[in-house]
Design a protein around this ligand. Structure first.
Ligand SMILES: Nc1ncnc2c1ncn2[C@@H]1O[C@H](COP(=O)(O)OP(=O)(O)OP(=O)(O)O)[C@@H](O)[C@H]1O
Ligand SMILES: [Mg+2]
Length: 340
């Protein structure tokens, strides 16, 4: 019996990493390595599901505090009445029902990093208290009479960036200056569609570590046409659903539950319907071709797609592909691609 293609054994599955080979992801990882060396606050901006928390975790993991705790809190999800207790903790008897002394998020993150997700959702009254803690590096539990020192690296995340809240009068300018010392922007998935393949591979390995999963022809092209407003998280959900419908581990364009190519792009699907599987996982009907030929074909398809989607606007196509216009021109010549 022939052995199935086992991708990776579950026990060895790596923790989530910021993967992607596009220029913007490479730049992001390089920035993170630099940022990790210091302890200044970082304000991470990016669309929903784009990887802000993953970026924050990477900053923590690569820094001197890696051995300490990483605590993430969604500021938009805490009821206002509970915020002070959640952040700073409380003494026993501080309020009716507070039977025991409780640690807050700051104490929990002592010696490590605290990610304030959706920090722009913090009510103004809480912003004042947070500012005080950031300035003094001390917290006072609710009902307590003395401060205690905390050593926490503050990372925060928002979708729009904090300047917007300042301009709208919903975010304190003094807190903005405290938090926005280093800015980090996580690119949206649609701006780095060249990362789709490696993301699919990584996500599928995570979802089905013991299964040999294959993408049928046309899947990557169909995914590349989808706008991904929910970014990588949306891709994860989409693949999880598709995996449930995958027969024999093969994910088909139909199984993605996306509008068919014809409905999205009324163009002749020239190269798009050709074989495009995850490298190293080819099987059955598809003949094995030399790797160089396969890679050229995949490159050609993605370039054609980017050109078509940008209506042959080379600068936009190059940006989506995560390469320079000069590199695009060179590749088009090399692959004998004509603009038509
Ligand atoms: N570059 C990437 N490589 C691999 N997985 C990624 C990448 N970016 C994001 N993910 C995965 O996508 C999911 C969403 O990422 P994350 O929670 O970091 O996004 P977020 O920007 O914080 O989202 P939200 O705005 O909803 O808080 C996670 O499961 C994460 O592991
Ligand atoms: Mg998040």
């Amino acid at each position: 019996m022939s052995k199935p293609h086992i991708l990776v054994a579950g026990e060895h599955a790596a923790p989530p990493q910021l993967c992607g080979d596009s220029a913007s992801m490479q730049a992001l990882r390089a920035q993170i390595s630099r940022i990790a060396r210091c302890t200044a606050p970082v304000a991470i901006r990016g669309e929903s599901g784009s990887g802000k928390e993953l970026a924050a975790r990477a900053i923590h993991a690569q820094g001197a505090r890696a051995g300490g705790p990483f605590v993430a809190v969604n500021c938009g999800a805490i009821p206002e009445a509970l915020m002070e207790v959640e952040f700073f903790g409380c003494r026993a008897g501080a309020y009716t029902g507070a039977l025991h002394e409780r640690q807050g998020l700051f104490q929990a993150a002592d010696g490590g990093s605290l990610l304030l997700d959706e920090v722009d959702d913090l009510p103004l009254a809480m912003q004042v208290k947070l500012l005080r803690v950031l300035q003094e590096r001390r917290v006072c539990k609710l009902g307590g009479s003395s401060d205690e020192a905390v050593d926490v690296r503050i990372l925060c995340a928002s979708q729009q960036g904090l300047a917007r809240g300042v301009a709208a009068g919903t975010f304190r300018q003094d807190l903005y200056y405290r938090l926005n010392v280093i800015e980090l922007a996580v690119p949206a998935l649609r701006e780095r569609l060249g990362d789709l393949e490696v993301l699919c591979r990584t996500i599928l390995l995570r979802l089905a570590p013991r299964l040999a999963v294959m993408l049928a022809p046309g899947v990557l092209a169909l995914l590349a046409r989808h706008g991904f407003p929910g970014n990588v998280r949306e891709l994860e959900n989409l693949l999880e659903r598709a995996l449930a419908f995958a027969d024999g581990g093969v994910i088909t364009p139909d199984g993605l539950g996306l509008p068919s190519p014809a409905a999205v792009l009324p163009l002749k699907p020239v190269a798009l319907e050709r074989q495009l599987c995850l490298p190293g996982m080819g099987k059955s009907e598809a003949p094995v071709v030399p790797l160089a030929q396969y890679l050229c074909q995949a490159e050609r398809e993605m370039i054609l797609l980017a050109l078509r989607q940008s209506r042959y606007h080379r600068a936009r196509a190059a940006q989506q592909l995560g390469i320079s216009v000069r590199q695009l021109r060179y590749k088009m010549q090399k692959l004998n691609l004509q603009e038509s």
